[in-house]
Design a protein around this ligand. Structure first.
Ligand code: CTP
Length: 369
């Protein structure tokens, strides 16, 4: 059930009758309404909800609530509530970036109010930047996460994500197409289930999952160090596409083109982070999941990686160019463990994250029995 509350400004954009028709509920908009006070006081209205969502949260509303004002029904509800509040800001980019707004957001954040967005994009005023309201799907996803069962509470998960970059010189590097989307989806799912997440990420264009302890790295060596210094962990999940090799002698100066002479590079192999954690004698996580990025012989390669790396499970993906797995939103995975092989259909990385987290959670429960 959704109880709509509208401010006076909201009524300039959409009528209470439309909101009421869509939600099939009465719209509350008056702070003092004698009939409603008899039926449902504004204090009770603020307490009866499981979650309060402010969509869109204007700069004015954020300022008002950050200073504890309660001069209309919506702000009174925020001040009086003992329920969690989620705000989806939407405003002009300058208004969002104004230090006053940022200070207000920080104040609300310190008081436990959660924010989703704003996103970067085109705004109603014609300007471009941060200020565009989070997409409806993103808000729905956040709400869904909020109501998830928190069965991983008290457990520490370590997740590696994204690509690594191995420098050739100060401006060039060896990299790969990993977007970090799968690692991000897994971390989000873990956080939703109440886990403490350390998220070690290579350079990506994504915002790291809110609520995770983020460690940003660039090279495989940095990822190795970040992972080992984050242990102990109950579970480690290695989604990162780690570069297999680094340049033996990197150049401090930018390499210059030379007539009739091409540069040559000696490569050395990077340390295998997944194998190093799987084979730990002390502090080995109870469950270690690796990924396998393959372009051929997927199953055979996955089986041999499971053995060679010593992890508990390998999630194998076909990353051939046509599949768009690397960089795309979908994944077709095969889960390989000592208990067997499970071929999954193509699905969103988010859906796969849910399946994988459920499987890990079941394995952990099995260990407790
Ligand atoms: N991995 C790692 N450290 C490395 C290389 C890989 O932790 N130096 C991890 C990846 O995060 C992934 C798994 O090992 O979970 C398999 O990575 P993948 O790139 O598929 O295989 P490689 O071991 O690199 O072998 P190859 O490139 O020959 O397929």
């Amino acid at each position: 059930m959704v109880t709509p509350v509208m401010t006076q400004s909201a009524e300039n954009f959409v009528t209470p009758m439309s909101v009421s028709a869509l939600s099939q509920e009465k719209v509350f908009n008056q702070l003092f309404d004698l009939t409603d006070e008899a039926e449902m006081g504004h204090i009770e209205l603020s307490r009866s909800a499981d979650l309060i969502i402010v969509v869109p949260a204007s700069a004015d509303f954020i300022a008002k609530t950050a200073t504890g004002q309660a001069n209309d029904l919506a702000s009174t509800i925020i001040l009086a509530t003992d329920t969690n509040v989620l705000m989806a800001p939407a405003m002009n980019v300058r208004m969002w970036e104004n230090p006053l707004t940022q200070k207000n957001v920080k104040t609300l954040d310190n008081n436990g109010i959660k924010f989703i967005g704003p996103n970067q994009g085109q705004m109603a005023c014609g300007e471009f930047g941060f200020g565009r309201m989070a997409e409806v799907d993103e808000i729905l996803e956040e709400i869904e996460l909020y109501f998830c069962d928190k069965k991983l509470h008290g457990l520490h998960f370590l997740v590696t994500s994204g690509p690594t970059r191995e420098p050739l010189d100060p401006v060039r590097f060896i990299g790969n197409r990993s977007s970090g989307l799968q690692g991000e989806a897994i971390a989000k799912e873990l956080i939703a289930k109440g886990a403490e997440v350390t998220f070690v990420t290579g350079p990506v264009d994504l915002e790291p999952p809110r609520g995770s302890n983020v460690i940003r790295v660039e090279t495989a060596d940095e990822m190795y160090d970040a992972v080992h210094s984050s242990l102990p962990a109950d579970v480690a999940i290695f989604t990162a596409a780690v570069a297999d090799w680094k340049i033996k002698n990197t150049n401090d100066q930018k390499l210059k083109k030379q007539t009739d002479k091409l540069p040559t590079f000696d490569l050395i192999e990077n340390k295998d982070i997944l194998a190093s954690v799987s084979k730990l004698k002390k502090n080995r996580p109870k469950f270690v999941m690796g990924f396998a990025a393959e372009t051929g012989n997927i199953l055979e390669n996955a089986k041999s990686k499971l053995k060679k790396k010593g992890c508990d499970c390998i999630v194998a993906n076909d990353v051939s160019l046509g599949t768009k797995t690397m960089g795309g939103n979908e994944n077709t995975a095969i889960i390989v463990s000592e208990f067997g092989i499970e071929k999954l259909p193509t699905m969103s990385k988010r859906a796969l994250a849910k399946i994988l987290v459920n499987k890990i959670s079941q394995s952990l429960e099995g260990m407790d029995d």
